[in-house]
Design a binder for this molecule. Structure first.
Ligand code: NAD
Length: 488
């Protein structure tokens, strides 16, 4: 199927609850960011729909899914990975159409990473072990035998943002299902289509009814209902710090477990001995990939003063070379921002950067074309205390800051409320390890931006979040540890 020829053909737009699809009493408009036009109407889950989904998830947990051994869960996750791989092109097209990103990008990252995530967690599903722990015995009267088991947390509410919806849904579903939980997924209202297609694949793979439920809807209604629901055991949230804060407060009422994957203002540190060509290429990718709508975007570029003008000029050139346009055109290298509100926000930041005295060396506004495009923008001579260096912009805007010593670079890198990721460009292996140990960030990449893998824990420090997803850490975050002691 070619989605460009008839974009509406094959869209899945309903609610997926207890193994069945339904229309929903209301709909919301899902827009095409590249044109600004309505793409399709999608079911708008009500609090009652969310309640039905949670009840279905609980019933599955207490029933057939609770009885499914790890090896059975692994078979299903592997089957799902195969189906995502089968539909890779269609999923990449859905992601491009719904998010506005160039179609090659989901083909490079989102879809293969989704396949890899399901395969990785299929591998864990039958290997979730406890331990036996020697103790001193029971009150001096008897010996004891103690062991631990890791049990599923229960019903998990997975709340997903719009920037890389399929991949982030997989990051939540993979570990949750491997560990034996059931899930209610709330996709973002701006980009639900790839997750709804994934629902079709979950059905085809043969997951029992109610194990995964999908409730597209508005954050303040469907999302809030999921967070407040007394029978949801955990919320796994990826999104903005503002909403993350509200979720943590609301989840406290029912003592839900919470993992929060939030925003970032990640530094890229270009050391004096860096391979400049590689650094410039990696920095440009870290700024413009996914239109800069990436939590780990490397938006604060700290450059040793000896290379400062070279890097500024090269990034300006890279920004001007970006081709904005139809996500399906081969020439397009950068797509549209997700909606008009996001574009307005990014343009306001650009104006603020100018007003606060930073030097615009590329971009600095919007092009004259339909859709929610913003010109990729590079600011030089940025003060790390200024708004554009402190706040997450979530658009293609970079701030370049000079430094003289590595101590200064680390001080600037850490002078932020965020702590999601950092990239270090150096050929000196000792310096790389030394800087990596000093940066306060959940992920540090040396000589490459965004080296992601489902085997590696993912999450942030400070305002960037709480907890970790992926790898064994993802299994820990989706299980409760129980200790059993037998008095012998
Ligand atoms: P957002 O916080 O506006 O929305 C995220 C999700 O939360 C959406 O599904 C939304 O409908 C839902 N939501 C909104 N209000 C809610 C409420 N009151 N209760 C429950 N759910 C609610 O974020 P966004 O604009 O979709 O995404 C951009 C943000 O996500 C950026 O800050 C970005 O850095 C962050 N992000 C983080 C990561 C990470 O892994 N750390 C990855 C991607 C995006």
């Amino acid at each position: 199927m070619t989605l460009t020829a008839d974009p509406r053909a094959g869209f899945t737009t309903g609610l997926f609850i207890d193994g069945a699809w339904s229309e929903g009493a209301e709909t919301f408009d899902d827009l095409n960011p590249a044109t600004g036009e309505v793409l399709v109407k999608v079911a708008n889950a009500s609090p009652e729909d969310v309640d039905r989904a949670v009840r279905a998830a609980r019933a599955a947990l207490d029933g057939v899914w609770g009885e499914t051994p790890g090896v059975g869960r692994a078979v299903l996750l592997n089957r799902l990975a195969d189906l995502v791989e089968r539909d890779a092109q269609q999923l990449a097209r859905l992601e491009a159409l719904d998010v506005g990103k160039p179609v090659g990008q989901p083909g490079l990252l989102d879809v293969p990473n989704t396949v890899a995530t399901f395969r990785h967690f299929a591998g864990w599903a039958d290997k979730i072990q406890g331990s036996t722990i020697p103790t001193a015995g029971y009150l001096g009267m008897a010996k004891t035998h103690s062991y631990t088991v890791r049990e599923p947390v229960g019903v998990i509410g997975a709340i997903v943002p719009w920037n890389t919806p399929l991949m982030i849904a997989a990051w939540k579903l993979g570990p949750a299902l491997a560990a034996g939980n059931t899930v209610v997924v709330k996709p973002a209202e701006d980009a639900p289509l790839s997750i709804l297609h994934l629902g079709r694949l979950i059905e085809e793979a043969g997951f029992p009814a109610g194990v995964v439920n999908i409730v597209p809807g508005l954050g303040g209604i469907a999302g809030a209902a999921l967070v407040a629901h007394p029978d949801v055991d955990k919320i796994s949230f990826t999104g903005s710090p503002e909403v993350g804060r509200q979720i943590q407060k609301s989840a406290a009422d029912t003592f839900k477990r919470v993992t929060l994957e939030l925003g970032g203002k990640s530094p890229q540190i270009v050391c004096e001995d860096a391979d400049l060509d590689a650094a410039i290429q990696g920095i440009a990718m870290g700024l413009f990939f996914n239109q800069g709508e990436v939590c780990a975007a490397g938006t604060r570029i700290l450059v040793h003063r000896s290379h400062y003008e070279t890097v500024v000029n090269a990034l300006a050139e890279a920004a001007e070379a970006q081709v904005l346009g139809d996500p399906f055109a081969e020439s397009t290298t950068m797509g549209a921002l997700i909606n008009e509100g996001q574009r307005k926000r990014v343009l306001e930041y650009i104006e603020k950067g100018k007003a606060e005295g930073a030097r615009v060396v590329a971009g600095g506004g919007k092009p004259d074309q339909p859709g929610f495009f913003v010109r990729p923008t590079i600011f030089a001579d940025v003060d790390n205390g200024s708004t554009i260096a402190r706040e997450e912009i979530f658009g293609p805007v970079g701030a370049v800051i000079p430094f003289d010593t590595v101590e200064e670079a680390i001080a600037i890198a850490n002078d932020t409320e965020y702590g999601l990721a950092a990239t270090i460009w150096t050929r000196d292996v000792s310096l790389a390890h030394s800087l990596a140990s000093k940066v306060r960030a959940g992920a540090v990449w040396v000589n490459g931006w965004a080296a992601l893998d489902p085997a590696l824990p993912w999450g942030g420090m400070k305002t960037s979040g709480i907890g970790r997803e992926l790898g064994w850490s993802g299994i820990l975050a989706n299980t409760e540890e129980k200790v059993v002691t037998i008095v012998l």
